[in-house]
Design a protein around this ligand. Structure first.
Ligand code: PGA
Length: 250
C-alpha cells in the first residue's frame, strides 16, 4: 500500500502572532505539493494562522490539549476548543511534554481519546532517551508508549492517528538517527500496530520520523519503506528549510 506522505512543522514556543503570520505567507509562496503538510504554531497564534491559511491545503495543528472538554483547569485548552478554532489535529505526548511537564502514557491515552472525540487528527509522539537506547531498551520503551497511548481504542480509532517516532537524543541536538536506526523502529511499530489493530490499519497509519530533520537528510530518511513523513522542529521555523524538507518527501 502507498501511504500519502505527511510532514508537520512543530513550532514549539516560537513565533509571535506577527511572526507566525509572516511565516505562513512565506510558506504559501514556497509550498507547492501533493503531500499532506501541517504546521503547529503556539496556541496564541492558532486563530490568526488559521485566517492566514484560508484557501491553502496546509493543515493546522495544536501542540497539546487537555483531556476534559471544560472545567477548572487553569492554563489548559480543550480539544473541542481547538476544533472550534479550525484546527485539523493536535500533537500529543511530545517528549518535551513528557520530560518537562510530567506527561504519562496514561495521560496521553486520555488526551488521545478526547482529540478523537473532537474529530481532531492526533499525532502521537513516542521515543526513547539516550540512556534507554544505550541500555538496549529502545523497543521496550517505544512499545510501552504505543500500547499505553492506544489502550482501549478500537482499530478504526487507531487508524485515524499518526505516530511520530522521535528519539529524544535526536531532538534539537543536530544528531539524527541513521536511516537504518529509524527504519528498524518504524518497522517494529508497524508490526505492533498489526498486532493491536490488524493488518489493514497497520498498513494505513503514517509513521513520521522526528529529531533533527533537515533539508539535507529528509529525502533519505523518507525513502525508507516505513517512514511516511516527518515531524520537524527547528527546521520548520524557516520557510525555505521547511519547503525543502517537504520537497524531499515527495
Ligand atoms: P527538531 O525537533 O527537529 O528541532 O529536532 C523535532 C521535534 O521535537 O518534533
Amino acid at each position: 500500500m502507498t501511504r500519502r506522505k505527511f510532514v508537520c512543522g512543530n513550532w514549539k514556543m516560537h513565533k509571535t502572532v506577527a511572526e507566525a503570520v509572516e511565516l505562513v505567507r512565506e510558506l504559501r509562496q514556497r509550498l507547492n505539493t501533493q503531500i499532506q503538510v501541517g504546521i503547529a504554531p503556539p496556541f496564541t497564534a492558532l486563530a490568526p494562522v488559521k485566517a492566514a491559511l484560508q484557501g491553502s491545503p496546509i493543515q493546522l495543528f495544536a501542540q497539546n490539549c487537555h483531556h476534559e472538554k471544560q472545567g477548572a483547569f487553569t492554563g489548559e485548552v480543550s480539544a473541542p476548543m481547538l476544533k472550534e478554532l479550525g484546527c485539523d489535529g493536535v500533537i500529543l505526548g511530545h517528549s518535551e511534554r513528557r520530560q518537562l511537564f510530567g506527561e504519562t502514557d496514561e495521560g496521553v491515552n486520555k488526551k488521545l481519546k478526547a482529540a478523537l472525540e473532537a474529530q481532531l487528527h492526533p499525532i502521537v509522539c513516542v521515543g526513547e532517551t539516550l540512556a534507554e537506547r544505550e541500555a538496549s531498551r529502545t523497543w521496550e520503551v517505544v512499545s510501552r508508549q504505543i500500547r499505553g497511548a492506544f489502550n482501549g481504542l478500537a482499530a478504526d480509532a487507531v487508524g485515524r492517528c499518526t505516530i511520530a517516532y522521535e528519539p529524544v537524543w535526536a531532538i534539537g541536538t543536530g544528531k539524527t538517527a541513521t536511516t537504518g536506526q529509524a527504519q528498524e523502529v518504524h518497522g517494529q511499530i508497524r508490526g505492533l500496530l498489526r498486532e493491536i489493530a490488524g493488518p489493514a490499519v497497520a498498513d494505513a497509519v503514517r509513521i513520521q520520523y522526528g529529531g533533527s530533520v533537515k533539508p539535507e537528510n529528509a529525502a533519505e530518511l523518507l525513502s525508507q519503506p516505513d517512514i511516511d513523513g516527518a515531524l520537524v522542529g527547528g527546521a520548520s521555523l524557516k520557510a525555505d528549510d521547511f519547503a525543502r524538507i517537504v520537497a524531499g518527501a515527495k
